[in-house]
Design a protein around this ligand. Sequence first.
Ligand code: FAD
Ligand code: DHB
Length: 390
Amino acid sequence: MRTQVGIVGAGPAGLMLSLLLHRAGISSVIIENRSRAYVEARVRAGVLEHWTTELMNELGVGDRLRKEGLVHEGIDIGINGERRRIDFKALVNKTITIYGQQEVVKDLIAARLAQGGEIVFEVTDTAVDRLDGERPVIRYKKNGEPFEIECDFIAGCDGFHGICRPTIPASVLNEFDRIYPYGWLGILSESQPVSHELIYSHTDRGFALFTMRSNSVSRLYLQVDPDEDINKWPDEEIWKELKRRIGPETAAKLQTGRVFEKGITAMRSFVVEPMQFGRLFLAGDAAHIVPPTGAKGMNLAIADVLFLSRALDAFYKNKSTAQLDGYTAKCLNRIWKAQRFSYFMTTMLHLNPNDSEFDHKRQIAELDYVTSSKAASTALAENYVGLPVD
Ligand code: FAD
Ligand code: DHB
């Protein structure tokens, strides 16, 4: 098989890249090791930045998003039970949209298949090779039979545990990371959200996040230890602890419901530099991870492939490699700002078990400042709705 851009991974990055390339008249094939049903059911992020929603609409994949997505004009920050609103609309005249990552994935897969695009699911033994030549290849097996795709370029959109990044010689890569002493226990429940907007709540018992997937499904998170045993958290304990981490007035309004998804995620920040090796370009979680506070992961993955698609378009239209050569620098400039913001939100909102009394008092002052100073809350709003992708 032959294509212009071979894409490894059918997550938000790989799928969005194939749609962007199609718009530019560039052919691509996606290979994915999971089944379509699996990737469409994987519960992850839920917040679309302002420009991500616009891009979905621009690409003609925003119909369901416009109907089912919940547009939010701000968030609440809780400080030991007291809720303070950050009004994005008033501060930066932008909004965010709540729409589950698996809904984005469903919409992108449906749109790509409707265009006649090729997505090969349930492959095994994926490998990328000949990266420093003009004809790199992707090899894989499907039902035990070997296949090879000859490409002009390969996009490594295969997530943090994929094979593309580890294929690059270690001597070429610089890795930067930070592990946090926090985990998130997340649930989905059949219950009306406690507030129509998100509440990021810092308390002396730890952090909690009250978000949603629809007007009848809540998504709720509790700060726990990164290696916490989920069996220690029967549903009743989760509800009790959520109520303790939100203040009595809001707790009284918190509706409980059937819990139908439950999991623990550890938190890390990670960046690899450069994001290119020969004709292999890394994008999304394959190149970087952010802690989830601030909801940047999926948006950052989509920003990378937007930059990559522009660079590939410039290459095919006028044989210019300047944008491809500048891909790493262009992405990293925005990635490090998202890392900075995710670090800021994470450390400001969680209770750090290693903090001294001084650190904690400073933290409360920071929460108070961010929610009472117009300059500071504007900076938070500007980052939360998404930095420019020009
Ligand atoms: P992925 O979505 O990981 O997609 C990579 C794809 O490549 C997958 O479909 C995978 O199956 C496939 N793949 C892997 N290896 C191979 C191979 N060898 N061959 C073929 N295919 C392969 N972000 C937030 O903003 N908020 C959240 O609440 C949040 N929660 C998260 C919870 C979890 C458990 C995880 C893991 C991530 C979470 N994130 C969250 C981050 C966000 O979901 C990611 O940033 C986003 O999925 C990145 O998209 P991606 O396309 O780069 O990678
Ligand atoms: C959601 C996840 C996040 O990490 C976040 O910061 C906000 C919302 C969510 O799953 O809805």
